[in-house]
Design a protein around this ligand. Structure first.
Ligand SMILES: O=C(CO)[C@H](O)[C@H](O)COP(=O)(O)O
Ligand SMILES: [Fe+2]
Length: 221
């Protein structure tokens, strides 16, 4: 099936004390899914929230598609709690994991889709052996850990390599993506766009989301 253009705002830099309202606003403004950044203070030098928060959010927002971006040292540890919390797509980094295939299977057996993420320093070919089992691959365009960083355009060859080799793969980019950087992401072949600061901080969220989706759509064959 041909891939679709989807915009998934990251709530990392939103007002987390008001997460349900902030999330609902993003969805009302046209977000296709929510990207929830989970950090454990070990895999990355920052700490956010875990499954209790995601479960509370799910209790308020029943139907939206939730992705958790697991920036954690032991992704296998959080599969069951996140499935129970109502997560739809469990995206984890391959770097700290010994047996990526096994963790992918565990995620899928728990009822979630599985995404595989790579940090800027990781070769895209690392993903090649897992593409057939992954539902989504995520190419980080900043060093994971913090929102509001500058987009790394030199990650685009990874996206292009994936799109050239896997025309029907869901390819996600995350980090510093907004109206100024969406064109090169879309041209390289990304179709799932995570955008935090540029969307959350916009005076007209709906317009920014629509603009980015239109740009991605224009590059899809
Ligand atoms: O995974 C992340 C950081 O590790 C965030 O999803 C990402 O940084 C989004 O925020 P922004 O668009 O502000 O960069
Ligand atoms: Fe993220």
């Amino acid at each position: 099936m041909p891939v679709q253009a989807k915009i998934g705002p990251s709530i990392l830099n939103a007002d987390l004390s008001n997460l349900a309202a902030e999330s609902q606003k993003l969805l009302d403004n046209g977000a296709d899914y929510l990207h929830l950044d989970v950090m454990d203070g070990t895999f990355v030098p920052n700490l956010t929230f875990g499954h209790p928060m995601v479960k509370s959010l799910r209790n308020k927002i029943k139907t939206a598609f939730f992705e958790t971006h697991m920036m954690v040292q032991k992704p296998e540890q959080w599969i069951e709690p996140m499935a129970d919390a109502g997560v739809n797509l469990y995206t984890f980094h391959v770097e700290p994991v010994q047996d990526v295939v096994k963790v992918c299977r565990q995620v899928q057996e728990s009822g979630m889709k599985v995404g595989l993420a790579i940090k800027p320093g990781t070769e895209v070919q690392e993903l090649e052996k897992y593409v057939s089992i992954a539902d989504v691959v995520l190419v980080m365009t900043v060093e994971p850990g913090f929102g509001g960083q500058s987009f790394m355009g030199d990650m685009m060859p990874k996206v292009k390599w994936l799109r050239d080799n896997y025309p029907n793969l869901d390819i996600e980019v995350d980090g510093g993506v907004g109206p100024k950087t969406i064109h090169c992401c879309a041209e390289a072949g990304a179709n799932m766009i995570v955008s935090g600061t540029a969307v959350v901080g916009a005076s007209d969220q709906a317009q920014v989301i629509r603009e980015m989706r239109d740009v991605v759509h224009s590059y899809l064959k």
